[in-house]
Design a binder for this molecule. Structure first.
Ligand SMILES: [Zn+2]
Length: 293
């Protein structure tokens, strides 16, 4: 009688997963650390998180990734374009908009990953690429705000996802990272659609995502100053600011011009401050030379 050895199933990348997350899960599935797996592959951990071409080709081989899967992982990780720019989901970002010592995520997503898996939790917990963008404030799947998971200055520590997730696992599973749920705003849905498949039916479709999302927050922050009562209720200030800015900016130039005129008229003595906050993005991305700030 022929007996068959049961081979472990191939580890598939999850939706929106990043390269460091996949590497950590692949390592956990083999019962080793990410550094050990990299060593076995013949590359350093650092070269993988730096997305070195040879290192990625080895990771592909070890994970039996298709070209499409590797491309998808890279698109959610963000690849360097020059010194200070990154490309994520086909959009250009200023590096600091994506790379930050503070790593955030949705605790409910991570808990769900753990509960839906029988083995090592580190094999199941997926770090999603959209969590990196600082203007993403909410997980749309759970309506849960993104929370700080860990802070690490050095990329080699920050992107050792399995090790960091194991450190926070007891607090995560005990619900200590959970926050109050928040209803998604139109801004949250718009941003998620743009990242998912570049869908955008608003005027902002003509502009870079990074600039457009930052502009919404800055404009909204200024508008909320005029409405302290609205600013005082409910969800976080940044979330409200983005929603308020989006409400105006998504409708296009006449709407933005009207809002800016109101701001200029109401903020005596603060015009220069407002101009400084909005001017760069405004002049760079929105052609409104007619507005004399
Ligand atoms: Zn979630």
């Amino acid at each position: 009688m022929i007996s068959f050895v049961k081979l472990p199933a191939r580890l598939h990348p999850a939706h929106r997963e990043t390269i460091p997350s996949y590497l950590s899960r692949l390592a956990a599935s083999k019962g080793v650390t990410a550094q050990s797996l990299a060593y076995d592959m013949g590359v350093s951990f650092k070269r993988i998180i730096n997305l070195d071409e040879d290192a990625l080709s080895r990771l592909s081989k070890w994970g039996a990734l298709s070209a499409k899967e590797l491309h998808e992982l890279l698109s959610w990780t963000g690849e360097s374009v020059g010194n200070i720019r990154l490309r994520l989901r086909g959009e250009n970002f200023v590096s600091r908009g994506l790379r930050n010592p503070i790593v955030r995520g949705c605790p409910l997503c991570l808990k769900e990953d753990v509960k839906s898996h029988d083995g090592d939790p580190a094999e199941a917990m997926v770090m999603r690429g959209d969590w990196q963008f600082r203007e993403v404030g909410l997980c749309l799947h759970h309506s849960h705000p993104l929370v700080e998971l860990w802070v690490a200055d050095y990329p080699s520590e920050r992107y050792d996802m399995g090790a960091r997730l194991n450190e926070i696992l007891p607090a995560l599973m005990a619900g200590k990272l959970d926050k109050q749920l928040q209803a998604p705003t139109a801004f949250d849905r718009w941003l998620d659609d743009r990242l998912e498949d570049a869908r955008d039916y608003t005027w902002l479709a003509h502009h870079d995502l990074y600039a457009a999302a930052s502009f919404c927050r800055i404009l909204g922050t200024e508008l909320l100053r005029l409405d302290p009562q609205a600013a005082a209720n409910g969800c976080g200030l940044d979330m409200q600011a983005r929603a308020r800015g989006f409400e105006v900016a998504s409708k296009g130039e006449p709407s933005i011009l009207a809002a800016l005129t109101t701001l200029m008229q109401s903020a005596t003595g603060r015009n220069q401050e407002i101009k400084a906050a909005l001017g760069h993005l405004f002049y760079k991305n929105i052609s409104t030379a007619s507005l004399h700030l």
